[in-house]
Structure formats: structure tokens, C-alpha cells
Write a protein that binds this ligand. Structure first.
Ligand SMILES: [Zn+2]
Length: 121
């Protein structure tokens, strides 16, 4: 499972999350959020480190969270951090919906090209 893989990569032993099933539209748009489909998760703290209070701090905890946010793009198509907008000031929003905000890694690009080739197009 992608969430478990990410948690393993960032060596998370404990996370606090907001409700992951919640029918709503993406802030400021008419598009249904991935939360409507139960396929998104919001992470508020990792290993007891709160995104709300630590994200911008020039500290080991702040750095850990920023690295965790970057690492999330290795596992999710969309990893919105507090840098994204005010609505996300206190959490990571993670999903694998149809839109993509995270850049594809080289490995992901190679995998996609191989799948396309195997499918004959
Ligand atoms: Zn969210």
C-alpha cells in the first residue's frame, strides 16, 4: 500500500491524520476532492511532530517534515504541503487521483514508457 510505503521511507512510527473520507469540493473549485472517494488522506503530525507548529521552523523537526513532504511524491501523485496554500497550512494532503501535482521521478517515467510500449502504443 502506498501510504505504508511512504511511512516506511520516512521512518514514521506514529501519524495523526484528519478524516480521510469527507465529501467535499477542492477549495475554490467545483471539482470533487479525492476525499469524496475516500482515496485521500490528510496527515497532521508525524512521530509527534505537528505540521501546524513545526513546518516552517529551522529545526531538525522542521527539516524532517519537509523531507517527508518531498518523499511523499515518491508514492503519491499529489502531495500537498503547507507551502501549497492556506487551506493546507497544518497538514499534508496525499492522494493518487487523476490530477498530478508531483513531478514524475525518472524511475516513474521509465515505468510509464515501458507500460505504454508493452501495451503497443
Ligand atoms: Zn486533504
Amino acid at each position: 500500500m502506498v501510504l505504508a510505503n511512504w511511512l516506511e521511507e520516512i521512518e514514521a512510527t506514529e501519524v495523526e491524520h484528519f478524516v480521510s473520507y469527507n465529501c467535499r469540493k477542492i477549495y475554490g473549485t467545483n471539482i470533487m476532492s479525492e476525499h469524496s472517494f475516500g482515496s485521500a488522506v490528510d496527515i497532521a503530525s508525524i512521530n509527534g511532530i505537528s505540521l501546524r507548529t513545526e513546518w516552517t521552523k529551522n529545526s531538525a523537526n522542521g527539516e524532517y517534515l519537509r523531507q517527508a513532504g518531498k518523499a511523499a511524491c515518491n508514492h503519491f501523485a499529489n502531495a500537498l504541503t503547507p507551502d501549497y496554500d492556506a487551506a493546507h497550512h497544518d497538514h499534508f494532503h496525499l492522494d493518487n487521483g487523476f490530477q498530478r501535482i508531483c513531478p514524475l521521478s525518472t524511475l516513474q517515467r521509465v515505468k510509464r514508457a515501458a507500460l505504454k510500449f508493452a501495451a503497443g502504443n
